[in-house]
Design a protein around this ligand. Structure first.
Ligand code: URP
Ligand code: ZN
Ligand code: ZN
Length: 460
C-alpha cells in the first residue's frame, strides 16, 4: 500500500522544506517536489499544513501502581489518545515494586501492550532493587530489545533504590551501554518532611510542594550525577522541574558527566498556585516533582531553546480525581501523583510554545520527537522524515481552534488539568508506519497496528 502526502511544509529538527513525501508499505521512500502517486495509492493533501515526524513521548505511564491504586489507561485508550494528539511512539515504564520479580514484571507489562496498541511502543525497564536475580533479569530484558533502565530515587519503600543499588545499577548500565532514566528527589528528605507537615495538621494538597521543594530535587540530581560520574553511565534525568535542579545538571555536564535532560509540558505551563487551589481541587495538580513557582518556567523554555534541555515529555499518569486522587482528601501524601497530559502535549507545545514565540517549529520537533528518538536508540527510524525512516507522520493544521476538556478528550481519566484552555493547531492526519490512523481528531486506524520497538543499546 502506497501513501503520498503532497504540498505540505516538512519540518524536521534542522530543516523546513516544501516537498511531497512518498511512502511504500511502512517506510518513507522518496521526498521531493511534484511526486506522482500510482493508481490505488492513498493521497493526503497537506496544502497549508506542516508535516512533522511522528512525535515520541519518552516518559509515559499507562498502568502504574501508586499508593494502592493504578493509573487507569489501557493500551487501547492511551495509544488512541496519543495518536489523536500526534504522538506515534510511546516509551512506557515497566514498573516492578521492590518485592516483585523483574522479569515477570517485564512480561506482564509486555502482555498489557502486545496486540493492543494502535501506536508503536517500547519500555524503560524499571530497576527497583539490585541483587543477583534482578541483575540477571535486567541483562535478559536488554537481550529482548530494551536499551534503557528506569530508577527512582524517590518513593521510599516501594520503588526507590538505595545507594549501593544505585551504584551497581549504573555500573551494569555502563557495561551494557544502556541509558538510565532517573526520577531525582531525595526520598529520606521527602519522607521526613511529609511526616512533619502531616503532624502539624498541614494535610491539604497545597502542602505537597513543601514536602519536596526545589532543594530536594536538586539534591537528587546532584546525587545521581555524582554516581554517574563515578561509573561513567549515561544518565537521563526525567521531569526536571526547576532552576536549582537544572543548575546541578549543568554543573555535572561541565565536569564531563553524560546527561540528557527531560522536562515536562506540565512544568512548562502549570505552576504551584494550581495545587494550592481551595477545597480539594488542588489534588488534580499534585505530581512529583511538584509544579513549581512560575519563575522557573522561563528558565526551562530558555534551556529548551539553547539545547540545555533535550526533551519535553508528559509523564502521563492518569489517576481519576474522583475515587483515586480523592484517597488523599485528608492527607496529601495519599494522593496518587501525576497529571495526565499524553493527548495534549503537542497542541500545547505548538499553541503556547511556538505561537507565543517561546520556541520555533524546528525546536518543537527536536524536543518532542528527534532528541527522544536519539536518546533511546530509535533514531533515525523514528524522529526524522527521511527515506528509510518509518512512515510515522503528522500533518498538522496550524489554523484549527479548539478548547481542551475532559468531556472530549480520549484519555481514560475523569478530569483535565487544562480544562477550558483554548488552543490553536492540531494534527489533522496522523500515520503509523504508512497507514492513516487519525483524521481530524478521530481515530480511524487499526487498533492493533502498534509494535514493540526492539532497541539495541548505544546505536544512536
Ligand atoms: O507525579 C508523577 N510524576 N507521577 C508519575 C510517577 C513518576 O514519578 O514518574
Ligand atoms: Zn517520576
Ligand atoms: Zn514517570
Amino acid at each position: 500500500m502506497a501513501l503520498l502526502i503532497r504540498n505540505g511544509e516538512i519540518i524536521t529538527a534542522d530543516s523546513r522544506t516544501k516537498a511531497d513525501i512518498y511512502c511504500e508499505d511502512e517506510t518513507i521512500t522518496r521526498i521531493g517536489p511534484g511526486l506522482e502517486a500510482p493508481p490505488g495509492a492513498e493521497v493526503v493533501d497537506a496544502a497549508g499544513r506542516y508535516v512533522f515526524p511522528g512525535f515520541v513521548d519518552p516518559h509515559v505511564h499507562i498502568t502504574l501502581p501508586l499508593v494502592g491504586v493504578s493509573a487507569k489507561d489501557t493500551y487501547e485508550t492511551a495509544s488512541r489518545a496519543a495518536l489523536i494528539g500526534g504522538t506515534t511512539t510511546l516509551i512506557e515504564m515497566c514498573c516492578p515494586h521492590r518485592g516483585e520479580d523483574a522479569l515477570a514484571a517485564f512480561e506482564h507489562w509486555m502482555a498489557q501492550a502486545a496486540g493492543r496498541s494502535a501506536c508503536d511502543f517500547t519500555f524503560h525497564m524499571g530497576a527497583s532493587r539490585f541483587d543477583g536475580k534482578t541483575e540477571a533479569a535486567l541483562r535478559e530484558v536488554v537481550r529482548r530489545g530494551v536499551s534503557s533502565f528506569k530508577i527512582f530515587l524517590a518513593y521510599k519503600g516501594t520503588y526507590g533504590i538505595d545507594d549501593l543499588e544505585l551504584y551497581r545499577t549504573l555500573q551494569l548500565a555502563r557495561e551494557l551501554g544502556v541509558v538510565v532514566a532517573a526520577h531525582c528527589e531525595n526520598e529520606t528528605l521527602i519522607a521526613e518532611r511529609q511526616r512533619e507537615l502531616v503532624a502539624a495538621g498541614r494535610t491539604g494538597p497545597g502542602y505537597h510542594h513543601d514536602s519536596r521543594p526545589p532543594a530536594v530535587e536538586a539534591e537528587g540530581v546532584h546525587h545521581l550525577l555524582s554516581f554517574a560520574e563515578l561509573t561513567g553511565a549515561h544518565a537521563y534525568i526525567v521531569h526536571l522541574s526547576c532552576k536549582l535542579a537544572l543548575d546541578e545538571a549543568i554543573a555535572a555536564r561541565r565536569r564531563g558527566v553524560r546527561v540528557t535532560i527531560e522536562t515536562l509540558i506540565q512544568h512548562l505551563l502549570l505552576d504551584k498556585g494550581l495545587a494550592e487551589r481551595g477545597g480539594f481541587e488542588g489534588a488534580k495538580y499534585v505530581m512529583s516533582p511538584p509544579l513549581r513557582d512560575a519563575a522557573n518556567q522561563p528558565v526551562l523554555w530558555d534551556a529548551l531553546r539553547d539545547g540545555t534541555i533535550q526533551t519535553v515529555a508528559t509523564d502521563h499518569a492518569p489517576f481519576d480525581f474522583s475515587g483515586q486522587k480523592s484517597l488523599g482528601l485528608n492527607d496529601f501524601t495519599k494522593i496518587p501523583n501525576g497529571i495526565p497530559s499524553l493527548e495534549e502535549r503537542i497542541k500545547l507545545l505548538y499553541s503556547r510554545g511556538v505561537r507565543e514565540g517561546r520556541i520555533d517549529l524546528r525546536t518543537m520537533v527536536d524536543v518532542a520527537s528527534t532528541q527522544a528518538a536519539k536518546a533511546f536508540d530509535l533514531f533515525p527510524r523514528k524522529g526524522s522524515v527521511q527515506p528509510g525512516a518509518d512512515a510515522d507522520l503528522v500533518v498538522f493544521d496550524p489554523d484549527f481552534r479548539g478548547v481542551i476538556s475532559a468531556r472530549t478528550h480520549h484519555m481514560n481519566v475523569d478530569y483535565s488539568a487544562y480544562e477550558g484552555w483554548a488552543f490553536q493547531g492540531r494534527p489533522s492526519v496522523v500515520t503509523v508506519r504508512g497507514r492513516v490512523a487519525v483524521r481530524d481528531g478521530v481515530f480511524t486506524g487499526d487498533p492493533a497496528r502498534g509494535r514493540f520497538l526492539r532497541r539495541t543499546p548505544g546505536r544512536a
